[in-house]
Design a protein around this ligand. Structure first.
Ligand SMILES: Cc1ncc(COP(=O)(O)O)c(C=O)c1O
Length: 258
């Protein structure tokens, strides 16, 4: 869509030329209106939890599914990308090797530190561009930012997925800096988990504010509440993978249903 068609939806300070959506995206006016309305309804106690908030969450799952070309049932909602990674980390079998890039974003690696402790799990760090070449038969999971926060560099997803397939390795992609600019649809079959926080290029609010609804016309949002996500996590420890998890988390099963 041409920029002039959406410019009126934004309200940056006239003194500001805002180019920093990689830190946080500016919300469009409809998102702010919906958020203020939700806050007001919360403040005054007239919000109907199920009707107002749950439906907005469900709608956001649908929209995020559409945006990336996935099935809505595979989408779960999490408060942060790291919460999604944490669920994956908790499901890893003892003794697994996890492959991550050097200088990977903290939300992708820190959840694995806890998994490593006392469970014989190894975290191996290699240069970003060598991820595909470094996947080995004993690599249970490769986890990385599809686009890097520090440089904007984007990984060769197809190459990493192909290497992962050869070795039976699961793939966790953090799409926070990539979506919606880097298409993932053609690779979804090869992605076991995908996390994506919405407060950057998806122009969503961050943290608890997301749980208030936001603009239903925007993909994304909030709060983990799909019970099947937790079931999937349990199943994961028995060797069943989620398919995607976006954090908006996208999750589903792959090898169980394949
Ligand atoms: C690559 C990447 N992943 C994730 C996040 C956000 O992580 P979380 O949702 O855990 O706060 C950021 C924020 O800067 C990021 O750049």
């Amino acid at each position: 869509m041409p920029a002039q068609n959406v410019r009126h939806l934004f309200d940056p300070d006239p003194e500001v030329v805002y180019l920093d959506a990689g830190t946080y995206g500016l919300p469009p006016r409809p998102a702010i209106s919906a958020l203020m309305e939700a806050l007001h309804r919360w403040q005054t106690g007239v919000a109907d939890y199920a009707r107002d908030w749950e439906t907005a969450g469900e709608r956001s799952r649908e929209l995020f599914a559409q945006l990336i070309g996935a099935a809505v049932e595979t989408i779960a909602l999490t408060p942060t990308a790291s919460a999604g990674v944490g669920m994956v980390a908790a499901s890893l079998p003892a003794g697994a090797e996890i492959l991550v890039p050097q200088e990977e974003f903290t939300s992708v690696v820190v959840p694995f530190y806890a998994a490593v402790e006392g469970r014989g799990i190894t975290l191996r760090e290699v240069p970003y561009r060598e991820l595909a070449a470094e996947i080995r038969p004993r690599t249970a999971l490769v986890a990385f930012s599809l686009t890097r926060a520090q440089s904007g560099e984007t990984a060769d997803l197809g190459q990493i997925i192909a290497a992962a397939r050869r070795h039976g390795t699961r793939v966790l992609v953090d799409g926070t800096q990539a979506i919606p600019f880097v298409p993932v649809k053609e690779h979804l079959d090869g992605i076991d988990y995908l996390v994506c926080h919405g407060y950057k290029h998806l122009l969503l609010p961050r943290g608890a504010a997301r749980a208030l609804g936001g603009e239903p016309a925007l993909p994304g949002q909030l709060a983990l509440r799909q019970p099947n996500v937790w079931r999937s996590v349990d199943a994961g420890s028995q060797g069943v993978a989620f398919r995607h998890l976006a954090g908006l988390a996208l999750l589903g099963r792959r090898r169980s249903s394949a």
